[in-house]
Design a protein around this ligand. Sequence first.
Ligand code: ZN
Length: 74
Amino acid sequence: MERHRLRAVYEDDLIKLLESIGIKRAIEKGELKCHVCNEVVTIDSLQAIIPLKKNIGVLCSKTTCLNKIELETR
Ligand SMILES: [Zn+2]
């Protein structure tokens, strides 16, 4: 129960964040793709938001994608 509630709050905050940076609609429409593997990222599979030079990139839930970004930004 407790865990479920935390998850719900987290998702609420995430959606607000996505809205504030202007990519919520794009995610909901399936228009955003993982910066690394180019797979469509949904709110469920969104792992991280990364600032790029001109816009905002997103990462899917794969550990390999996160690892690759960490290597690139190091
Ligand atoms: Zn990916």
